[in-house]
Design a protein around this ligand. Structure first.
Ligand SMILES: Cc1cc2nc3c(=O)[nH]c(=O)nc-3n(C[C@H](O)[C@H](O)[C@H](O)COP(=O)(O)O)c2cc1C
Length: 276
């Protein structure tokens, strides 16, 4: 069974469908949204594109209560499934996703963090293979890398190929020389997003994605009666080197396999050490 999605067959004439998640509490006032709109404008200049913005502040869900029933029973058992389910369906239907958030105290906003917690099941049972994603971060000064890494890691764990990332310094947006550079980056982001969607090929995983796969595989192998085990077994992932059959860098593959075996030995012998 495969949910690998390639867009090589994107019907001609229909606009690209992008779903964009705005992780700033400042909604339409936010630089997070304004940068996404600039990306949309540049995409529109290349090819008809429809972007639906989901302002996370307006998505009315409480803090994830950590019940983990989405993982252990199934996503529809989430107490907030009435809200999360339709958003998940929109993500499924989109050609591409944008995840954007400001830096708050050198980390992703609580708003974005809480939202992605509702998609923990998707990290366990990913399905967005071939779906392209872009991640963005805004900060007045620093912390972009932490947020971009978090958003990229999240989208990748869901199965997406993160095409590119963009971090901007909002305090610099009053300086024309800086704005010019941002505009050039935005054009590049829009171009590569569209190119990758149109190509519709599966992206080759980075080492971090291979390791994430191996960690999930080790965990799932040890949960024989779980929903995850059934899902992984049906897809023959329990003995594979990655979710999809995309060619993998041989060194990265070997290294990931070696570390995974070490991890398994450690788990078996119970010799993991507390983190210090
Ligand atoms: C609670 C809070 C914490 C912040 N922490 C940081 C920070 O760690 N580093 C930084 O450069 N800017 C920080 N900022 C500034 C925002 O990242 C900056 O204003 C950003 O442009 C806001 O994005 P937005 O316009 O999309 O809401 C913080 C702002 C707030 C409200």
């Amino acid at each position: 069974m495969s949910e690998s999605k390639t867009n090589g067959g994107l019907p001609a004439g229909r606009p690209l469908k992008i779903l964009a998640f705005v992780g700033s509490p400042r909604n339409e006032e936010s630089w997070t949204w304004k940068i996404m709109v600039r990306i949309e404008e540049q995409m529109q200049a290349i090819q008809p594109t429809e972007v639906e913005y989901i302002f996370l502040k307006k998505v009315s869900v409480p803090y994830c209560d950590g019940c983990l029933t989405c993982v252990s029973i199934g996503e529809s058992s989430c107490p907030e499934f009435a809200t999360i389910g339709p958003i998940a369906a929109k993500m499924d239907a989109a050609d591409g996703l944008i995840l954007g958030a400001p830096v708050h105290t050198f980390a992703v906003t609580g708003l974005m963090k809480n939202f992605v917690e509702y998609f923990m099941y998707k990290r366990n049972r990913p399905s967005f293979f071939g779906k392209k994603a872009v991640v963005t971060a805004t900060a007045s000064g620093g912390g972009h890398t932490q947020v971009l890494d978090f958003l990229e890691g999240t989208a990748t764990a869901w199965g997406c190929d993160v095409v590119t990332r963009l971090g901007i310094s909002s305090a610099q947006m009053r300086k024309p020389a800086y704005v010019e550079k941002v505009d050039a980056c935005v054009r590049e982001v829009a171009e590569s997003f569209i190119n990758e969607i149109n190509k519709g090929e599966l992206g080759s995983p980075k080492f971090g994605a291979l390791m994430n796969f191996r960690a999930m595989q080790n965990m799932t192998r040890n949960q024989k009666d779980s929903v995850n085990y059934k899902f992984w077994k049906e897809r023959n992932w329990l003995d594979k080197e990655f979710y999809t059959d995309v060619p993998i860098n041989p060194w990265a593959r070997m290294m990931a396999g070696y570390i995974a075996r070490k991890m398994r030995r450690g788990i078996r012998k119970g010799n993991a050490k507390p983190y210090r």
